[in-house]
Design a protein around this ligand. Structure first.
Ligand code: FAD
Ligand code: SF4
Length: 482
């Protein structure tokens, strides 16, 4: 008879690793956790020697029915931590209550205040550098590391918008983190940081997988969760073309918003919300041509965050926009003005659309099929607002012109929705603790649980939600139901 595990965790990205980190705090020494990872472990040195290998592997893992809209995931130990840029804003309190505050989209079943301690814990585990005393969101603890130095144009923006422009919080460290990572040196190719400075699961959280209670299996592609009488009893995975079954008291899926719904659909779940509302933010680049001010003195790849077009009553009429100032040098093609440029990335919140979906591919049920129904009218309203408002905002600086790109960035590589959290099982898949509404020993972690995107990068929130969900389990096991 197969071994019965205390828990089976699927995937080794942010969602699974932060969950497991906290879950282990609540398990005794006899507990056994099995982690099933579909990819392999590729050390940092290997990745540097094979720079495009992981994205090539990932492209084969699902079928994109609307290839004009790419989606990016990574299939390997550590998931997207291998290639992310480590921008780590929190969501704003109003991002969790869009419907009740502005009458648009939907509310999350969890509030900012409820998640705040988990945000702090996630930032501590990632050694986030950020502005503790001057932050757009309420904080109960300082950031672990001081913020990165702002560039000269960032400092002008700070002077012009003291309450809505901030140093960007990031898991690219502003000073060396003992026994983990060197200080970020702003080489600006963060998808594969040459000096292994940005946070990855491999460089900062591999201890989770070295715990004697944890067994980690690679090349284990989970296909379905076994359900009997409303209880998850284990999972089926495929390796080398053969199916294997393992049994567990708890199953936690952390396979991302493309693969979590695929596994659930393959398992026979058919809730209306499952697989629907696949979404991510939409980004537009803009160049601000400065007049007599040089840029690129900052100390990391992205240095500033502008909240001028983010939260406020305008959200009744159009989605929020977060502005990043980029410090990866690019020169103007004009003598004497080489560095007189600010590169902006304007990230627009996207409201989910039910028609954008993950399904099981009919031609190959081992893979998900992904289709995108296009960006909504609300995004167009935000773009129109950006075109009107950005030049006005930037006119507070000495500038020659503001040039906003005519097309969207193809993808932000943030995959969200598809197994949303909510209080109502009719319109969501998991509850506020990421527990499946019907199968109460099945958890669905990660960006699939996001009911809305906000314009903020999602991964810190994914990590915080995993810690919050594991905290809840640990308290429930200990008999504390508060
Ligand atoms: C280039 C790039 C830059 C980014 N920059 C940022 C940033 O600056 N800030 C930010 O917030 N976010 C960023 N992101 C997004 C970020 O990477 C994701 O939000 C994050 O990785 C999601 O974490 P996750 O654990 O939910 O999923 P993942 O990290 O995708 O992990 C999923 C894991 O599950 C495994 N898996 C998948 N299917 C199966 C299966 N069937 N069986 C077993 N295992 C499976 C995968 O191999 C992987 O290990 C970036 C992404 C990219 C691609
Ligand atoms: S800016 Fe450079 S050193 Fe810093 S994380 Fe990115 S690639 Fe690494």
């Amino acid at each position: 008879m197969a071994e019965q595990y205390t828990a089976i965790v699927v995937g080794t990205g942010f969602a699974s690793t932060f969950f497991l980190h906290r879950l282990l705090d609540g398990l005794d020494s006899n507990s056994r956790v099995l982690v099933l990872e579909a990819g392999k472990r590729h050390p940092h040195r290997w990745q540097l020697n094979h720079p495009n290998a992981l994205s090539k592997i990932a492209r084969q893992t699902f079928i994109n029915r609307t290839p004009k809209k790419p989606w990016v995931v990574e299939r390997a130990f550590g998931g997207g931590s291998n290639c992310w840029w480590a921008c780590t804003p929190r969501l704003l309190p109003n991002d969790f209550r869009l419907q009740s505050t502005y009458g648009v989209a939907r509310d999350w079943p969890v509030s900012y205040d409820a998640l705040e301690a988990s945000y702090c814990d996630a930032e501590a585990l990632m050694d986030v550098a950020g502005p503790s005393d001057d932050s757009p969101f309420p904080r109960s603890r300082p950031y672990p590391l001081p913020p990165h130095t702002m560039s000269d144009p960032d400092q002008l923006l700070k002077r012009a918008f003291p309450h809505s422009f901030f140093a960007q919080p990031t898991a690219r460290p502003s000073r060396a983190v003992a026994n983990k990572r060197p200080r970020c040196c702003n080489s600006g190719v963060c998808h594969l940081c040459p000096i292994d400075s940005k946070f990855t699961i491999e460089n900062s959280m591999r201890h989770v997988y070295e715990d004697p209670r944890v067994s980690l299996e690679f090349d284990a592609l989970v296909q379905r969760v076994d359900i009997q009488n409303g209880v998850a009893t284990g999972v089926e995975f495929v390796r080398d073309g053969r199916a294997h079954r393992v049994r567990g008291d708890l199953v936690a899926l952390g396979a991302s918003a493309i693969f979590n719904p695929h596994i659930l659909l393959n398992s026979g779940f058919s809730e209306h919300a499952l697989g629907r509302n696949l979404h991510e933010q939409t980004s537009i680049k803009a160049n601000v041509l400065l007049d007599g001010v040089d840029n690129f003195q900052g100390s990391t790849s992205i240095t500033g965050h502008g909240y001028m077009l983010y939260d406020g009553p305008h959200r009744k009429d159009r989605p929020a926009i977060l502005i990043e100032t980029w410090n990866v040098p690019r020169l103007r093609d004009e003598r004497g003005k080489w560095r007189q440029l600010i590169k902006l990335m304007c990230i627009i919140e996207e409201y989910p659309n039910e028609q954008s979906r993950v399904t099981v591919a009919k031609e190959d049920p081992t893979r998900p099929a992904v289709s995108f129904a296009g960006r909504g009218q609300d995004t167009a309203k935000a773009v129109a607002a950006l075109k009107t408002e950005l030049p006005k905002l930037m006119s507070k600086l000495p500038i020659e012109d503001v040039v906003i790109a005519n097309s969207f960035k193809e993808t932000d590589a943030h995959v969200l929705g598809t197994a949303a959290m909510g209080d109502d099982p009719a319109s969501s898949v998991v509850d506020r603790h990421l527990i499946h509404h019907q199968v109460r020993n099945l958890m669905v972690l990660g960006g699939s649980a996001f009911p809305t995107s906000s314009p903020a990068n999602p991964t810190l929130t994914i990590a915080a939600l995993s810690l919050w969900a594991a905290n809840h389990l640990n308290h429930s096991r200990a008999g504390d139901t508060t």
